[in-house]
Design a binder for this molecule. Structure first.
Ligand code: 5AD
Ligand code: SF4
Length: 471
């Protein structure tokens, strides 16, 4: 049994991690034959992509996927720690699984993802939730087949959570959910330690994947007919900072663009590391999409300082305006937290003022949620829930106004769309524009998987309606 330890998780060693190749123990390839598994994913794209790895590893053990957990012999929850409600959802699901296990004694229940890295969660699982059969952490996910095998053969609770990150593991099998769009990890972990955030603890030290491994993966995707990649990381702009040679996000974007993959997205960007060189590369290459997710978190420089964000409202606006100016047609989205400890009405008004200036195309807005062992959770002046809710409501009204405005600007314009499938209505296709806007339009199924031209005829807050123009 190996348990999480926050003191170790917080340390940042200078050690350079090595690359390690995933090896599958072929003795385990029949364990799941004739058995079904279900997996539920919470949280960000990083977790969605981990789930694609989990599915492939589990299927190599003989299991087959079922989309109803009640029919499964193995249920895995790939969890998220970012806010209390993500926790509550996962614990709620565990409760339902406990009942299921009372009827189905052989059911195996596993938990992985960010919650697995939390000391509090693990002590609850050991002491109060003995029906959970195994827990595996984010740094050793590639041990999943071995851990699952141990749980089954020893018939006891197995917990394997490493607090130190270890090597970058290449070659973990993947079963991608979408045949046209793929996630590609470029950097793991985060060293920013924003005072509200649990991610530097759950995902460890910042570690960049080797450029040659990334390019090779994208080249394979091109060969397999993929049309789009999203380069993933908690802070992609910090890519390469841990190398002992000069190669950064700007270089990587350029090299990925040269593979010829038709569409490249990347996320998430921290404003601190966004260089002029990156802006130039995005503007230069047609296949790097004009879309930037640039979380601001707050419009008050005082709150930003307490959050440990390393920029002021003015510095953020300068960067924002530069991106808008230099990348034609760019769409910028953001993340905002309301109700951070000590946030006054005046601070909140600064956030509204910033939104008035930036007129974001879209934004994810959150109520501050205290997280175990993070500095902000210890701040004395926590804000009342009702005040947080009022602020969120007010902020969302403004955000929605500008989202609609942003969509309305596209009316009567022709946009490029990657067609993903047919919606619930027959003969109505759906897809995403080059700035990640959802669009529906009448068309033939033969267009699925292609990038086509569509004219926008009606814009709503959350989606667009269009007319097919041609390929
Ligand atoms: N409470 C609320 N929102 C948070 N986020 C991160 N930590 C917290 C927290 N403790 C938000 C930030 C981040 C997004 C992924 O989640 O806005 O950018
Ligand atoms: Fe949630 Fe963050 Fe973990 Fe993603 S990295 S699953 S957002 S806590």
């Amino acid at each position: 049994m190996e348990l999480p330890d926050y003191v170790k998780a917080k340390q940042r060693s200078k050690n350079k991690e090595l690359d390690e190749q995933y090896v599958f123990n072929s003795n385990l390839s029949t364990i799941g034959v004739g058995k079904k598994y279900f997996i539920k994913t919470y949280g960000c794209q990083m977790n969605e992509h981990d789930t694609e790895n989990i599915k492939a590893m589990i299927e190599k053990m003989g299991y087959s996927y079922v989309d109803n957990y009640k029919e499964a012999d193995l249920v895995i929850l790939n969890t998220c720690s970012i806010r209390e409600n993500a926790h509550n959802k996962a614990f709620g699901m565990l409760g339902r699984l406990k009942h299921l296990k009372e009827e189905k004694k052989d059911l195996i229940i596993g938990l992985c993802g960010c919650m697995a890295q939390e000391e509090g969660v693990i002590s609850e699982i050991i002491n109060k939730r003995k029906y959970v059969d195994f827990v595996i952490g984010t740094h050793n996910l590639h041990h999943l087949p071995e851990v699952l095998n141990k749980t089954i053969s020893l018939n006891k609770q197995e917990i394997e959570v490493f607090s130190k990150e270890g090597n970058i593991v290449e070659g973990i099998p993947v079963k991608r959910d979408n045949p046209y769009k793929a996630y590609v990890n470029i950097i793991y972990g985060c060293d920013k330690f924003c005072t509200y955030c649990i991610v530097p603890f759950t995902r460890g030290k910042q570690r960049s994947r080797n450029p040659k491994d990334i390019i090779l993966e994208v080249e394979e995707l091109v060969k397999d007919g993929y049309k789009e990649v999203t380069l993933l990381g908690q802070n992609v702009n910090a890519y390469g900072k841990d190398f002992d040679y000069q190669y950064n996000m700007e270089n990587l974007l350029e090299d990925v663009a040269k593979t010829g993959i038709p569409r490249i997205f990347f996320m998430t960007s921290h404003p601190w590391d966004f260089t002029d060189g990156m802006i130039d590369v995005i503007a230069k290459y047609e296949n790097i999409m004009p879309f930037v997710h640039l979380p601001v978190q707050s419009g008050s420089s005082r709150v930003l300082k307490l959050m440990g964000r390393r920029y002021t409202k003015e510095e953020y606006i300068t960067l924002f305006d530069k991106i808008r100016e230099r990348i034609p047609g760019v769409v910028i989205s953001t993340d905002i937290i309301v109700g951070f400890p000590t946030e006054t009405e005046e601070d909140f008004n600064e956030t509204l003022d910033l939104v008035e200036h930036c007129k974001y195309d879209s934004a994810y807005t959150f109520i501050y949620s205290p997280r175990e062992k993070t500095p902000a959770a210890e701040f004395k002046e926590q804000i009342d829930e009702s005040v947080k809710e009022d602020r969120l409501y007010k902020l969302n009204e403004l955000i929605n106004k500008y989202s609609l405005e942003s969509n309305k600007k596209l009316e009567n314009k022709t946009v490029s769309v990657l067609v993903e499938g047919e919606g619930t209505k027959k003969k109505i296709l759906f897809g995403y524009t080059d700035t990640k806007k959802l669009i529906n339009f009448p068309g033939d199924k033969s267009l699925i998987g292609k990038i086509v031209k569509v004219k926008v005829v009606d814009a709503k807050s959350w989606s667009l309606d269009g007319e097919y123009v041609g390929e």
